[in-house]
Design a protein around this ligand. Structure first.
Ligand code: HEC
Ligand code: HEC
Ligand code: HEC
Ligand code: HEC
Ligand code: HEC
Ligand code: HEC
Length: 462
């Protein structure tokens, strides 16, 4: 009797079993066919294709297919854009179709520190293009259209001082020249007929702003704001400037470059105007004035700027000369002195060098030239090695290696150097494994330097 009642469920069990199995398989394929995995496979394929040696090929084959992300606590973000935009830091991908292209400004804004959404907006955690680019409901920060991307620079740089953001500077000019402050407050100054504009960039879309400037009443019925008669470029510029007013500004390290090219210019002024004659840094220099190592802790920026304008106005009787600095020079010097405190290093601040300059230092510091020749030009004998019985120069590594491969090559070294003649003794010089000796950041700089060695006028081979 019991047998009989169980038997009538067999069909159900079978059906259920098939259903579960089907779901598992469907789930597997759904996971396997994620958009981003396609781009990663394409990338890996390209890397394998480019690999100059079997060893490099093996490394390329081992590149994992995985979500990549930058965790940015100070910017309150987690950006996964590089899950698809895999090659933003690899110059050899310049001009490659998106999302696998090299990114312009990356040297100044290393992506592991900046991520992407601080400039582009969009949805950092998303892993589909539609969601990430942010034109979806329930996400109020769609990606900035590329024509307005310079709106982002103002969060950390002074608009007027950033030569790389001319449209932002133009927008600010148009704003200041068009009498907008007559009716609007921005940064606390202005009239009260219209609303404050400090956060308008977070409230309004480019399309709305444009429409509103041309005919305010068409966007806000009954508006008394006068239509703005602006040329097309000025119109675009003021829209861009409005978009830059999000009420958000990054702090600390991120805003250390308010005035460009501040610190470098400040250092230059510091060296060229004889400050050392009276002041010391790191124990070196004169004793007429106080040491300046920690002056950023003692003095507020405003104080310093005023002091540079006229030392006696803040320190009556001061013997420090009135140098007659321009406003931006005074700011540059001030910024430099403040930067010094942060970095706690004296005047050869590595942070003031470009990655290439730093990389050259690393090359020097670890004696790479001992085997690869001065300036990596080669010429050091390595008897019986296949490479012309010399340790090869490194001028052309940009052709054979990607950044990732080059890093790996340096970190892993190569103990066995291929011999020309198996009967003769093996080549005496081998490539040491440098991981553990050279810090990761230094290897990055080293790689930038090696890549920069490629003689100009030759294009990068794919
Ligand atoms: C799932 C893969 C994927 C992710 C994740 C992704 N993108 Fe893209 N992105 C693409 C593809 C594909 C293109 C080129 C086609 C297009 O414009 O949609 C692209 C294009 C772009 C462009 C150029 C747009 C233009 O108008 O020329 C920008 C800028 C961009 N992405 C930024 C981002 C940012 C910022 C993030 C992270 C918030 C991100 N992407 C995340 C796949 C992705
Ligand atoms: C410091 C601000 C900044 C950061 C950070 C930044 N970008 Fe950009 N991005 C720009 C600017 C500016 C341009 C336009 C450059 C140009 O055209 O000269 C650009 C261009 C692009 C383009 C090309 C768009 C086109 O017109 O084809 C893509 C794609 C892109 N960025 C994606 C990213 C991704 C992905 C990240 C993060 C890994 C990122 N960006 C981080 C400022 C930034
Ligand atoms: C989140 C803050 C932030 C944003 C947004 C930002 N920058 Fe920067 N920028 C920095 C910082 C910090 C540095 C200095 C980096 C370093 O050297 O460590 C810098 C450096 C630079 C430099 C090099 C200055 C020099 O003299 O070395 C240029 C040029 C520059 N930024 C242009 C731009 C442009 C153009 C944009 C907008 C597309 C932009 N930045 C957006 C923070 C930012
Ligand atoms: C005579 C006074 C007046 C002048 C001059 C004026 N505005 Fe306005 N503006 C207003 C008023 C009133 C409103 C609110 C009604 C509306 O949305 O049009 C407004 C609204 C705006 C808004 C929308 C704000 C929001 O939060 O929705 C923006 C943006 C704006 N103005 C920008 C500007 C700019 C930029 C200029 C200079 C080129 C300017 N205005 C000049 C009176 C003025
Ligand atoms: C002829 C000597 C002399 C020269 C040259 C000189 N200073 Fe001074 N500086 C002084 C004296 C003395 C003081 C202390 C009195 C005062 O605050 O003015 C001082 C004060 C300062 C302070 C404030 C220090 C503190 O702790 O309060 C700063 C900052 C400073 N100098 C920067 C500079 C810079 C930057 C230069 C080069 C552009 C420079 N000084 C050139 C003599 C000099
Ligand atoms: C003790 C000698 C020695 C030192 C020191 C040395 N290398 Fe090498 N390196 C070699 C040899 C040998 C090779 C292998 C050449 C070959 O394949 O025949 C090599 C290969 C390389 C390659 C690959 C070159 C190519 O064309 O494929 C790179 C890149 C490289 N070294 C970078 C460096 C860097 C960067 C440093 C300093 C941190 C350094 N090396 C220090 C001996 C050395």
């Amino acid at each position: 009797m019991t047998d009989f009642s169980l038997a009538k469920y067999y069909a159900w069990f079978t059906a259920l079993g098939l259903l579960v199995g089907g779901l598992v398989i469907a789930g597997y394929y759904r996971d396997d066919y994620r958009e981003w995995k396609d781009y990663q496979r394409k990338y890996i394929k390209e890397e394998i294709h480019r690999a100059p040696t079997p060893q490099a090929k093996m490394l390329a084959e081992r590149i994992p297919v995985e979500i990549r992300q930058a965790v940015l606590p100070d910017l309150h973000r987690v950006d996964r854009c590089t899950t698809c935009h895999l090659t933003v830091e690899d110059p050899s991908y310049g001009g490659y179709p998106q999302p696998l292209s090299y990114h312009p400004l990356h040297e100044q804004h290393p992506f592991e520190r900046f991520g992407c959404t601080i400039c582009h907006r969009g949805q950092g955690r998303a892993t589909t293009a539609v969601d990430a680019h942010g034109s979806v409901p329930h996400w109020d920060e769609p990606m900035l259209p590329m024509q307005y991307i310079q709106a982002s620079c103002g969060q950390c740089h002074e608009a007027a001082d950033n030569p790389a953001a001319p449209e932002l500077a133009q927008g600010e000019q148009v704003f200041e020249n068009s009498g907008c402050r007559g009716c609007h407050k921005l940064g606390g100054t202005g009239g009260i007929i219209g609303p404050e504009l400090d956060k308008v960039g977070a409230r309004r879309s480019p399309e709305w702003l444009k429409k509103h400037f041309i005919a305010p009443a068409s966007a806000t019925p009954g508006s008394i704001m006068p239509p703005q008669k602006l040329s097309e470029t000025n119109l675009e510029a003021i829209v861009l400037f409005m978009l830059s007013q999000t009420g958000e500004s990054a702090s600390g390290y991120y805003s250390s470059m308010k005035v460009l090219p501040n610190t470098r210019e400040g250092l230059h002024l510091f060296r060229s105007r004889g400050c050392y004659g009276c002041h010391s840094v790191n124990g070196q220099g004169g004793k007429v004035g106080p040491p300046l190592d920690d002056v950023g802790l003692r003095r507020a920026p405003e104080w310093m700027i005023q002091h540079f304008r006229d030392p006696q106005s803040v320190t009556p009787g001061s013997v420090m000369p009135k140098f007659g600095f321009t406003e931006s020079e005074a700011r540059a010097l001030t910024d430099f002195l403040i930067h010094m405190r942060e970095q706690a290093v004296a005047l050869s601040l590595p942070s003031l060098m470009s990655p290439v300059e730093r990389g050259k230092e690393v090359f020097r510091k670890y004696g790479c030239a001992g085997c690869h020749g001065p300036d990596a030009k080669g010429g050091i004998p390595n008897p019986n090695s296949k490479t012309a019985e010399q340790v090869p120069g490194l001028l052309h590594v940009a052709d054979g290696y990607t950044v990732v491969q080059l890093k790996a090559r340096i970190n892993l070294g190569q103990h066995e150097i291929p011999a020309l003649d198996p009967k003769r003794p093996p080549p005496p010089l081998y490539m040491p494994a440098w991981s553990g000796t050279i810090k990761d950041a230094e290897v990055d700089d080293l790689v930038s330097y090696l890549i920069s060695l490629k003689p100009k006028g030759e294009d990068v081979g794919f």
